[in-house]
Write a protein of this length. Structure first.
Length: 92
């Protein structure tokens, strides 16, 4: 289960970060262990609130292991940074 997010991107040419806790109240009906579901819900929510930006990265903190999973927006989809096609140990 993820408990915290940091969403990074640009708005009007300036770098911006949004961060907050991840709770069942803020993410109703979302599987809080599914990173992509959390990111998609988060983006829908901030767009609905009128927050604009070009979002490029999202870090999610895991409650069980107190570690972060990093995701990036590349080729029109979100993927783990560790799965990025430029990794030398990957054959994508």
């Amino acid at each position: 289960m993820y408990i915290y997010y940091i969403l990074r991107g640009t708005r009007n040419g300036a770098e911006v970060e949004l961060e907050d806790e991840i709770t069942e109240e803020q993410f109703p009906g979302v599987d809080l262990s599914d990173a992509l579901a959390i990111i998609n819900h988060l983006l829908q929510k901030i767009r609905a609130e009128g927050t604009t930006g070009e979002w490029e990265a999202c870090d999610l903190t895991d409650a069980a292991f107190e570690s972060e999973d990093s995701y990036i927006y590349i080729n029109n989809r979100w993927m783990r940074r560790s799965d990025a096609p430029w990794r030398k140990d990957k054959f994508n």
